[in-house]
Design a protein around this ligand. Structure first.
Ligand SMILES: [Zn+2]
Length: 408
């Protein structure tokens, strides 16, 4: 490498580091749409991971990670009856290099740990290769438009859901192809320049009757019914242990569970996406989910409220968590008076100022006010909020699996 080239690399690295300071790193998991894949494409994708595994294990067995010739297309594979020659016909040279590159960085990471006096093992043989890095945009992969991606060596373009999320402002840092339980994903790590677009703020009360009640009066409930997995669970447990049928039943069960959790995730992502696009600050209460679960176990499981908080924290520009001991449902959002409600009181009635309002809405408004530490005498955000409420209601009503309404 010439000095000039080295200097240039150094310079671009410094520039990148500077740029990253104003950016935040996001990761996306984009599913490759399964029912758009032809049999040939499916086979190709499968073979990519199989060949990556062959290559990885071969390099490891030969012990030449640092001087392996990536032009080499023939490897030896260990089978039950000895070694066999195989040709890497699906794995392009770029991908072969990326397998080697990953091994090199693993070794580098291990040696770093060793220097820090950690006990380390070596690289191990893999029985399954699940994550292929796609290096060099434009060569190993190309994002064609908002729906399709093309991968080197594969003629058919792959339909990928969620590509829309990658705005032109997103700068791709790494693109991976991931083998999932029964599908494939494109994992993207991107640096995004944050924009302060949304200025509005909103409070959320997370509860059991309405999973989410917003401080503008929109109440959302969703529960993904789970009648199939328990049936499949029973069926699987009745099959003889170690039998093929039991294995088959377990695969079926796993698929049903995955489907269910994807459905939940999808709904939550859509809700949080709306909040992210329209609100700069979201206030919520950091209450322990275990407390709910005592009385409403199944219902909480169906809605996975814990995850929604988790994604609020990571995706909202300014998430404001209110202390878990703040009595959000006991205080009057209008005058600050306090009274105890039983679990079954759906309406908060204040004996001091005469306020009569939905219990969860009252709590949501308290959470919003507490998030900003607004004193009682200045809590007057209702009129402004209502314009947004209609728009929000319209959006939520379009999401399948959700029921949304206005409470007051
Ligand atoms: Zn009151």
């Amino acid at each position: 490498m010439t000095d000039e080239k080295r200097e240039k690399i150094k310079q671009t690295r410094a520039e990148t580091r500077l740029r990253r300071q104003s950016q935040s790193i996001r990761s996306y998991e984009l599913k490759i749409v399964k029912n758009h894949l032809s049999r040939k494409t499916k086979q190709h994708l499968k073979m990519l991971f199989v060949e990556a595994k062959w290559l990885y294990n071969y390099i490891l067995s030969e012990g030449k990670i640092f001087d392996f010739d990536t032009k080499l297309k023939r490897v030896q594979v260990l089978r039950a009856d000895g070694l066999e020659d195989e040709t890497l016909s699906h794995l392009s040279s770029q991908l072969r290099q990326s397998v080697v590159q990953r091994m090199k960085s693993s070794v580098a990471a291990l040696s770093k740990l060793k220097k820090l006096n950690y006990k380390i093992g070596g690289l191990r043989f893999k029985t399954d290769y699940v994550c292929l890095e796609l290096p060099q945009p434009g060569i190993s992969y190309r994002i064609l438009d908002k729906k399709y991606i093309q991968i080197q060596g594969l003629k058919a373009k792959l339909r990928v859901s969620g590509l829309r999320q990658l705005t032109p402002a997103a700068e791709l840092c790494a693109v991976l192809m991931i083998k999932g339980a029964d599908d494939y994903e494109i994992g993207v790590v991107a640096a995004v320049t944050e924009q302060l677009t949304a200025q509005a703020s909103i409070g959320i009360d997370l509860g059991c009757t309405n999973q989410l009640t917003f401080s503008n009066g929109v109440a959302v409930s969703y529960a993904v019914k789970d009648s199939r997995t328990s049936l499949l669970q029973r069926r699987a447990s009745k099959k003889a242990k170690g039998s093929k049928n039991r294995l088959k039943a377990r695969v079926k069960l796993r698929k049903a569970q995955l489907h269910l959790s994807n459905k939940k995730k999808d709904i939550q992502n859509k809700i949080v996406h709306y909040l992210r696009e329209n609100y700069g600050t979201v206030c919520y209460q950091n209450d322990s989910i275990q407390f709910f679960q005592r009385g409403h176990g199944k219902k909480i499981q169906q809605t996975a409220l814990g995850r929604i908080k988790c994604i609020l924290q990571s995706r909202i520009l300014t998430p404001l968590a209110v202390d878990q001991f703040y009595p959000s449902s006991q205080l009057c959002s209008n005058c600050g008076g306090r009274r105890k409600l039983s679990l079954y009181d759906r309406v908060y009635e204040c004996s001091l100022c005469g306020l009569k309002t939905d219990r969860d809405l009252n709590a949501a408004q308290n959470i919003l006010a507490e998030g900003f530490k607004i004193p009682v005498e200045h809590r007057d955000f209702k009129p402004v909020e209502n314009e947004f409420a209609t728009e929000m209601l319209r959006y939520f009503k379009e999401i399948p699996g959700i029921s949304a309404r206005l409470v007051q």
